[in-house]
Design a protein around this ligand. Structure first.
Ligand code: PAF
Length: 284
């Protein structure tokens, strides 16, 4: 392998690296991740390299955004593999703090996510977005990036973080990168690793169904009956549980009114295949 990437695990070394760049007048883009990197993450890093002089990637599996019954302990981890991938795309630095570095003894303050966090994921994962908002605010303060880049795959997360950045006057530009998909349409996700062979065959149906719904709504179909039809298709395909499948305002994530014509809309869904929860979204 070519020269290996710089990995920093404590805040003092991180600040040393970023202040050197700052003194040279170089801009910084941050791509926050929880590791187990796939082509979707790497596309965000490539975007970061285009948008700024330096690309920092954080790898931190953030315990505060997992509920007590969620998959924190089995969340995929592969630091050596991640570092090789980040070296290949020429990321400039990896910020990989331990849990103790991020949340030292006595840590107790937090950021409460705003209105964009209330429904959809928020109904099923009540503390999730507070955890995301808190860790991302810390990452922003630690790395002090000019730009932070997040995948549109987690569309609601992007909306929640836009509110945090705007409402708390955090001086950075937030950019959403398009969702990367396998050839059959399945959105790339670190959690796809949980799918069995049979579940993996069913999984792309999620994208097919929400895309068909988006097309129907764009063509003027009634949203409510379109959603009912789409849910039926998902159940018939083998998805055991649908947490939500909704058409929402693309900016605020509020329910669109009946006069939704001409509004910017987004279809968002979360469904279960066995023990794996998949989320996806598409523009109308
Ligand atoms: O999207 C993720 O991987 C995480 O939610 C994030 C933004 C890195 C915060 O832990």
């Amino acid at each position: 392998m070519s020269e290996s990437i710089k990995v920093v695990r404590n805040l003092r070394d991180l600040r040393k690296a970023t202040s050197k760049w700052r003194q040279r007048g170089e801009s910084i883009a941050l791509v926050p991740t929880m590791g187990a990197l796939h082509a979707g993450h790497l596309a965000l890093v490539k975007l970061a390299k285009k948008k700024a002089d330096k690309a920092v990637v954080s790898i931190f599996v953030n315990p505060t955004q997992f509920g007590p019954k969620e998959d924190l302990s089995r969340y995929p981890r592969d630091e050596a593999g991640d570092l090789a991938k980040l070296t290949a795309v020429h990321a400039d630095l990896v910020w990989a703090p331990s849990v103790e570095e991020m949340y030292p003894d006595g840590f107790s303050a937090s950021v409460r996510a705003g209105s964009a966090a209330k429904e959809l994921e928020g109904e099923f994962r009540p503390f999730h977005f507070d955890g995301v908002a808190t860790v991302c605010t810390k990452l922003f303060n630690q790395v002090t990036p000019d730009i932070a880049i997040f995948g549109e795959k987690d569309y609601q997360q992007l909306a929640v973080l836009r509110q945090v950045v705007r409402d708390l006057d955090i001086p950075l530009k937030l950019i959403g990168g398009p969702t990367k998909r396998d050839k059959d349409g399945l959105a790339l996700s670190s959690r796809n690793a949980y799918l069995s062979e049979d579940e993996r065959k069913i999984a792309p149906t999620l994208h097919a169904v929400i895309s068909a719904l988006a097309k129907d709504v764009a063509n003027g179909a009634d949203v409510r009956s379109g959603v009912t039809k789409a849910k039926r298709k998902l159940t018939a395909a083998g998805f055991q549980k649908i947490d939500y499948l909704e058409v929402r305002d693309a900016q605020t994530l509020a329910q669109p009114d009946n006069e939704a014509d001409g509004r910017d809309l987004r279809v968002l869904a979360a469904v279960w295949l066995g023990k794996t929860r998949l989320i996806d979204n598409v523009a109308v």
